[in-house]
Write a protein that binds this ligand. Structure first.
Ligand code: CP3
Length: 340
């Protein structure tokens, strides 16, 4: 007896049969939506992410407009950093800024592992969203993975070559291990709090882990991500960008679903992973800036390449601000109209 109200997104995450391929988009809430920009004119980004009513409203905007199979909580991977002792601000056009970056062992020792109650506004937003979501749409919570969060803490913001991060990893392996351990403890408790509040799946964003060699990933990162992903009571998605060479190790660290970007075709990803492993991805977000014909052809190819096993349709990285919302809606319809 199948539970017909069980969201197809959750069934696909568990590798169970689905009627059609489920679809959602990373950064589906955000600046490409006029209804987001309208709210954003009146509120700062951090204010929106930390006010439960505003975060819940922005989470629901793409669900109403697009008809996706999952909502992702409107928040940011960097929200746990201020309670750890690293104040954060978002400078216009500059992205996230951490004014007192973590560069030495003493800096690492000063960081604390906060009680998840200090992020209770996130749990409150989750409860508000669950009350409004139709039962066939699942709510995804998320956290940044220890390595990606460490890169922001160490570099003080976004980075291209991760010079300071790798220097700390190689020059002071004990301090680096202590840092990733504190981040893993923080994220594990934070995700458990999100699940207790009603998140039905969680995604771990290790966005920048593709900058590491497999040997460095295995030695310095894998055990910490494994600790975050273990012991969660809901399906987990493990995602990174440019991860072709570390994909088997990421799967070993954990994740019921592995998220891949557009550089690696889904059939190639399947060859690197255990048989039947659910995949999420991997339309190039830039394809959504091309002509509708080219974008829809690219989406159709991803859908067909996903047919070799359980698949959640998504972009390979977040939706970009110039993306036309109507085209995103047409991709959702294309995915939902194709028979599995
Ligand atoms: O996907 C979603 O719709 C849920 C919300 C979400 C945001 N950030 C909202 C956001 C999620 C899941 C994230 C994750 C996140 N944040 C990641 C991992 C995913 C990835 O992109 O690899 C990272 C690295 C961050 C850190 C961060 N936050 C960056 C680099 C930026 C961009 C700064 C900029 O100006 O472009 C942000 C800000 C941010 N996070 C915005 C949104 C909607 C834009 C804020 C605005 O309105 O100005």
């Amino acid at each position: 007896m199948g539970d017909t109200m069980e969201p197809r997104f959750l069934r696909a995450c568990r590798g169970e049969p689905v009627d059609v391929t489920p679809v959602w988009f990373m950064r589906q809430a955000g600046r490409y939506l006029p209804e987001y920009r309208a709210l954003r004119e009146r509120h700062g980004f951090l204010e929106m992410a930390t006010t439960p009513e505003l975060a819940a409203e922005v989470t629901l905007q793409p669900v109403r407009r697009l008809g996706v199979d999952a909502a992702i909580l409107f928040a940011d991977i960097l929200l746990p950093l201020p309670p750890m002792g690293a104040p954060l601000r978002f400078a216009d056009g500059e992205g996230p800024v951490i004014d007192r970056p973590v560069r030495t062992r003493a800096d690492v020792e000063r960081l604390r592992v906060p009680d998840p109650g200090e992020l209770s506004y996130v749990g409150e937003a989750i409860r508000l969203v669950r009350r409004e979501l139709p039962p066939e749409v699942a709510l995804i919570g998320f956290a940044g993975a220890p390595f990606t969060l460490a890169s922001y803490l160490i570099e003080g913001g976004h980075s291209k070559s991760f010079e300071l991060t790798k220097q700390l990893m190689w020059n002071e392996p004990d301090a680096f291990r202590l840092l990733l351990g504190k981040l893993a403890d923080t994220c594990a408790a934070y995700l458990k709090m999100q699940v207790a509040a009603g998140a039905q799946a969680v995604q771990l964003f290790d966005s920048w882990v593709g900058c590491l060699s497999p040997a460095d990933y295995a030695a310095s990162v894998l055990p910490h991500s494994a600790r975050v992903l273990a012991g969660l009571a809901v399906p987990t998605i493990h995602f990174g960008v440019g991860t072709a060479t570390v994909l088997p190790l990421m799967a070993r660290a954990g994740g019921d679903v592995i998220g891949v970007d557009w550089r690696l075709p889904l059939p190639e990803a399947r060859k690197l992973l255990p048989p039947g492993k659910p995949l999420q991805g991997n339309l190039d977000p830039v394809a959504l800036l091309a002509s509708p014909e080219a974008a829809l052809a690219a989406a159709k190819r991803v859908l067909e390449e996903g047919r070799g096993g359980p698949h959640v349709f998504n972009v390979g990285h977040g939706i970009l601000p110039p993306t036309p919302p109507d085209l995103v809606k047409r991709v959702v319809d294309l995915v939902h109209e194709a028979k599995r």
